[in-house]
Design a protein around this ligand. Structure first.
Ligand code: FES
Length: 346
């Protein structure tokens, strides 16, 4: 069991757990420290310099990188801290496309949230020179787009792809002012090893990585992904009778909030006009709609005629273990053949 200890943050005694950073300890005790590049799922890197705090009488440290220790005294706000954060924030804003009204991130944008926390006003930016970057939008991925002009180089997408997805499809390109996040060889996302899972998109704190079709749901339903037998937990966002968004369920022990491309983005088939909604039976060379009773009776009669070597079954990863088990039992015992296989072997 992790060891617990006490420290002081802004004069308040808080309890922290071994392994926590000062930022973790503060957030766990509902003490806000502005931060942009920290994410609870990822290794901290101290890139944004926003989470500075003073420890033990004035030594400034990045709270996301500094382990919480017993009996230390942390100050999260002081004239020096505020000055440092404001300068850093102004530089970040100067390097960022601030067309907030047209941005998909809108009220979810952490940059906007921290800027407003710091009380940055437009007149404070007047004597600063915007970098005026005009980098091309990468719309090559079918599900999301990347706007490097809005990227704050927090590295959350890079670390997500490396630490959670295990692909390292993203990295840093160029050096100095010209540094941007991109794929190997600065190709479009679609030409990289990216698997379009969208894990980077859900963690992007600004509007740099956003879904192409952001759906605004009126309610969410907790469910399990229907794509394969893994059984990832998810919340589907519903508007009317349509699914408009999907997000992973962090409470699910199966996927801890992660999803693959199919689970996250592959829901258009549900309301697609080409989707089969009833069984079809071929009559006189044409498929015609049939009832389930009619279809099942036909299948049963054909099965009766096809026992032994005339029969083979191919099961599916979309089915549960139990379904697959039953199909193999049915194949061996009822259909009297061992000719059974599973799509996972293909
Ligand atoms: Fe600590 Fe970015 S959150 S440096």
């Amino acid at each position: 069991m992790a060891e617990h200890f006490k420290l002081t943050i802004d004069g308040q005694t808080v309890v922290a757990e071994e392994g926590m950073t000062i930022l973790d300890a503060a957030l766990a005790s509902n003490i806000y420290i502005p931060h942009l590049c920290n994410h609870p799922d990822l290794t901290p890197v101290g890139a944004c310099r926003m989470c500075g705090v003073e420890v033990d009488g004035g030594r400034m440290v990045m709270s996301c990188m500094t382990p919480a220790k017993a009996n230390i005294d942390v100050v999260t706000d002081s004239p020096d801290i505020e000055k440092s954060r404001k300068v850093t924030m102004k530089l970040m804003i100067m390097d960022h496309n601030m067309d907030c009204l047209a941005c998909e991130a809108a009220e979810k944008c952490d940059l906007l949230r921290v800027a407003s926390y710091l009380g940055i006003q437009p007149d404070q930016l007047e004597n600063m020179r915007p970098l005026g970057r005009d980098l091309p939008l990468d719309t090559s991925n079918p599900f999301f787009q990347f706007d490097a002009n809005k990227c704050i180089l927090c590295g959350i997408c890079v670390r997500t792809c490396e630490e959670i997805v295990g692909l390292s499809a993203l990295g840093y390109i160029n050096r100095g002012f010209k540094t941007v996040v991109g794929t190997f060889g600065n190709k479009g996302f679609v030409d990289s090893v990216c698997e379009s899972c969208g894990e980077c998109v859900v963690r992007c704190p600004v509007g740099a990585l956003v879904p192409k079709k952001p759906g605004i749901a009126t309610r969410e339903v907790r469910t399990i992904c229907a794509y394969c037998g893994v059984g990832c937990g998810m919340y589907v966002g519903v508007k009317g009778d349509q699914i408009v968004s999907v997000r992973g369920d962090r409470e699910s022990p199966v996927n801890l909030g992660s999803l693959c491309v199919k689970g996250r983005y592959g829901f258009n088939y549900i309301n697609h006009p080409d989707r089969l909604t009833s069984p079809l039976i071929k009559k006189d060379g044409e498929f015609v709609k049939a009832s389930w009773d009619e279809a099942l009776a036909l299948i049963a009669s054909k099965f009766k005629e096809s026992k032994g070597n005339k029969f083979a079954a191919l099961t599916s990863a979309k089915c549960t273990n139990e379904d697959n088990y039953l199909v193999q039992k049915f194949t061996r015992l009822v259909m009297e053949t061992n000719t059974i296989d599973h799509c996972a072997r293909l």
